[in-house]
Ligand binder design. Sequence first.
Ligand code: ATP
Ligand code: MG
Length: 353
Amino acid sequence: MALRTRENDCPGQAGPSTGSVIVRADLPDEKLDQALRPQLLADFTGQRDLRRRLKVSIDAARIRKSPLDHVLFSGPPGLGKTTLAAIIAREMGSHFHSTSAPALSRPGDLAKILTTLETGDVLFIDEIHRLNRICEEILYPAMEDGFIDLIVGEGALAQSIKLQLKPFTLVGATTRVGMLTSPLKSRFGIELKLEFYPPEDLSSILHRSASLLELQLDPEASLILARRARMTPRIANRLLKRVRDYATVAGLNRITAEFAGECLEQLGVDEMGLIETDRRLLSLMLDRYGGGPVGLRTLAALVDEDERTIEEDHEPFMLRAGLWEKTPQGRRATELAARHLGLEFPLLQKQLF
Ligand SMILES: Nc1ncnc2c1ncn2[C@@H]1O[C@H](COP(=O)(O)OP(=O)(O)OP(=O)(O)O)[C@@H](O)[C@H]1O
Ligand SMILES: [Mg+2]
């Protein structure tokens, strides 16, 4: 079911803007995450081309006083897709309705949401690549012509009724854009791909988060955290929150580079930002399988994770950082991975690369 919010309701914050607003210290972690989310496009750091393109489309829709065209965000987890969807609603002054494809199992669920949308509302469907076929077919005419066709009754008594919808904006998000069918993909007028963040952008995000948390973060400390955040804002904020825990216990309000480095070591986050599971994956590939190729199912079983977690959470960064390669036969660890772990790069692999 969709969650409907007026987009200036943000726990821990006084209003839609950010900057000078301080996050209350007693907020639980998930509320804290929400409070750290940028509220407006101007607060959203990095992704410059994407922001520029989105801003032009939003400004044009505002000038024309018409809803924004449907938007599809794609990219690895934690880069800001959900954040941007909420920003669109806020920038357009519209209601934000949020749901996810796995929650829409019956067509009636989707029809109910679509028919309650007001003119200009934003409907956000997360993990849109997981939408089932029937729901997807309801979306086609809804997105293109603003109506839905519903079948009411069964057998000989079944009737098709056409329901007119108010003009709305669908915002879809996916970590697996390749899994979207082309009829669905082609109905999004604006397609935007989020890229991994360079350390400078993550460092700015960390400074903004630290000031909301009333923490003094030294510039060198923010760079250390940024370099180990796997190019991902969610991970950067997560590291900051954990370092803040250590600071709270130590009675400190200032994070120095030395303190940040010690905390990361205790948290098991290495210089490349790898955690225990990543290192185990790579060392098993190198030690037990001569570097690979290793099938996804085997990899998942080795570290007791499911295949989707490996493919969606671990793999994008591994590929981007050049730690493993994807081949038709499976995943192969690279020489960089061996060097990073201080392991011998298998002889056979040396000949292949
Ligand atoms: N550009 C950014 N500037 C500041 N903070 C950001 C930015 N992008 C993401 N964040 C922070 O990172 C967190 C994760 O972002 P978000 O939930 O939007 O990612 P996502 O792409 O939707 O991830 P998933 O695919 O897992 O749903 C948010 O809490 C937000 O505070
Ligand atoms: Mg999301």
